[in-house]
Design a protein around this ligand. Structure first.
Ligand code: GDG
Length: 491
């Protein structure tokens, strides 16, 4: 292997992520129906599968199937599409995925402190969740080890699998392992509250390459390693006894061609025409989010309400379309969020609606891709008001679909995307309702020239920093870093 060659032809990529990008459902005839699911990670990695070299995806298939015939037929159906299933039992999924991943790590990484209502059973729960997190990471390791061949590049994704690099490297020391985090990595002052902070950092540090969306997240990670583990931080990464683990920023992007192609298709064009007719005479603003507290949906609604309060003349001329895709529906916090959003939507529609128009059109469901594209294309303003967000692909997708209209992007400064689309977007602090109401006004009344200029800058970024380049750069650097590490150990 030469340094700097990137992936070679017979090299395979093993993408390891908590969920496979498909949901499996058994049909009447006993075969399996596989449907793509929505979410940032799925959208991102769809691009990776189209690379020139063979890619396998290892992950949990999202269903509980007992060992036996059913499991075998599902495994076969998945393997045909290059998916390798990791079967986990329901109680493990609950404690790992709903528990340690989404109630502990996801919260903390988005600056939500750990639960402070100390119930007597809490310590026990956390211990069980941590044990499940370890067990799930081991189950993933077994699945990877079963398919791994020397030379393969193993790319571990996200906060669900932070122990995996450590387990894999212990078993196969020369395996090429990279890890990428799709969420923010918080300030070390937040991270240090994690009871198992050392174990998690040490396992991640076994990777050859560690990647984040932004330079800030990488810096926070390095600080956590220096402050918590007493290691040395360098501009290249983290050093432990002269051994460097490379840490860097790899901002993700989208596959703009997928959207360009969709916009040219007959069914999308038909939807666009239909929506234009429906919204004729009104300006339309759009929100597309997984229903998650980090997306700042209530904050967005409050700003919209304030805007209408101050500009009642707009009430009949403005439509906000909010798509809130159900997510983590078993977790009580997410159920409470849904009720709260419904309450505010009802209040605003009740106050500002008429017999012929309701200002907010709210949907609790995932739209088919062609409808989503049509919506991106016809709306005048997109509102992305995340309280924290690793990157936020919705903002990129909106820009990609606005070639003709040059719609305005209102974007939270707490989304990673603010660092790449900040020049063209109107940046807001989602906690400041007045600031956001003013941004809505600015977006609705902006001159055509300003709109076009802002859009031009964003469009250039979105079409030049794609998900393909993101994956290429990461994998090439992982190959190079690994080779350098091998050379170092030989000398
Ligand atoms: C995580 C990080 C980071 C949404 N609604 C529908 C739909 N979607 C698709 C969008 C987009 C994806 O889901 C959402 O991606 P985001 O990046 O906005 O957000 P997360 O799901 O939180 O993703 C995030 C990302 O990982 C990648 O690293 O950017 O910060 O939190 O692609 O199109 N798709 C369809 N119908 C919908 O109604 N078909």
């Amino acid at each position: 292997v030469e340094v700097g060659t990137g992936p070679n032809e017979d090299q395979r990529l093993l993408v390891v992520a908590n969920r496979l990008p498909v949901s499996a459902q058994k049909t009447k005839h006993g075969s399996w129906d596989l449907q793509m699911t929505a979410g940032g990670l799925v959208s991102a990695l769809r691009g990776v599968q189209q690379q020139s070299f063979e890619a396998l995806w290892v992950g949990w298939p999202g269903v509980n199937v007992e060992i036996g015939k059913d499991q075998q037929t599902l495994t076969d159906a998945l393997r045909q599409q290059h998916y390798v299933p990791v079967y986990l039992n329901p109680s493990l999924v609950d404690l790992h995925y709903n528990g340690f991943c989404n109630s502990v790590l996801w919260q903390l990484f988005h600056y939500v402190p750990l639960n402070t209502e100390s119930k007597l059973s809490e310590t026990k729960t956390l211990q069980k969740q941590w044990a499940a997190y370890q067990a799930a990471n081991h189950a993933f390791a077994e699945a990877v080890l079963k398919v791994h061949r020397p030379g393969d590049v193993v790319w571990v994704q996200d906060y669900h699998l932070m122990l995996l690099p450590g387990i894999l490297k212990t078993r196969v020391p020369d395996m090429k392992v990279g890890w990428f985090l799709h969420t923010p990595f918080p300030s070390s002052e937040i991270y240090r509250a994690l009871p198992v902070r050392e174990e998690v950092l040490k396992a991640v540090l076994k990777s050859d390459l560690i990647g984040f969306h932004t330079y800030d997240y990488a810096r926070h990670f390095v600080s956590a390693c220096t402050r918590i583990l007493g290691l040395e931080g360098t501009p290249e990464g983290v050093e432990d006894n002269g051994l460097l683990t490379r840490v860097a920023a790899f901002p993700i992007g989208i596959d703009p061609d997928r959207f360009k192609e969709a916009l040219g298709k007959a069914d999308v064009k038909a939807h666009i025409a239909q929506l234009r007719q429906r919204y004729a005479g009104r300006k339309v603003m759009l929100g597309v989010d997984r229903l998650d507290m980090i997306k700042g949906i209530p904050q967005k609604l409050l700003a919209f309400e304030k805007f209408l309060e101050e500009h009642p003349e707009w009430a009949d001329k403005l439509q906000l379309v909010q798509i809130a895709v159900p997510s983590r529906v078993d977790v009580p916090e997410y159920q409470r969020l849904r009720s709260m959003v419904h309450q505010v939507v009802g209040r605003i529609n009740g106050a500002y609606g008429t017999l012929t128009h309701l200002p907010i059109h709210h949907l609790d469901k995932q739209l088919p891709f062609h409808e989503l594209c049509a919506l991106y294309a016809v709306t005048d303003v997109a509102l992305v008001t995340s309280l924290r967000d690793g990157m936020n692909l919705v903002s990129y997708e909106y820009v990609a679909c606005q070639r003709d209209n040059a719609g305005v992007l209102v974007l939270s400064e707490f989304a990673g995307a603010a660092q790449s689309l900040g020049a063209g977007a109107i940046l807001v602090n989602p906690w400041n309702v007045t600031d956001m109401a003013n941004a809505i006004e600015h977006a609705l009344t902006m001159s055509n020239e300003e709109r076009r200029e802002r859009h031009r800058q964003n469009y250039h970024h979105v079409t030049h920093h794609t998900v393909q380049t993101w994956a290429d750069v990461f994998i090439t650097e992982l190959n190079d870093t690994h080779v350098e590490a091998e050379l170092r150990t030989k000398h």
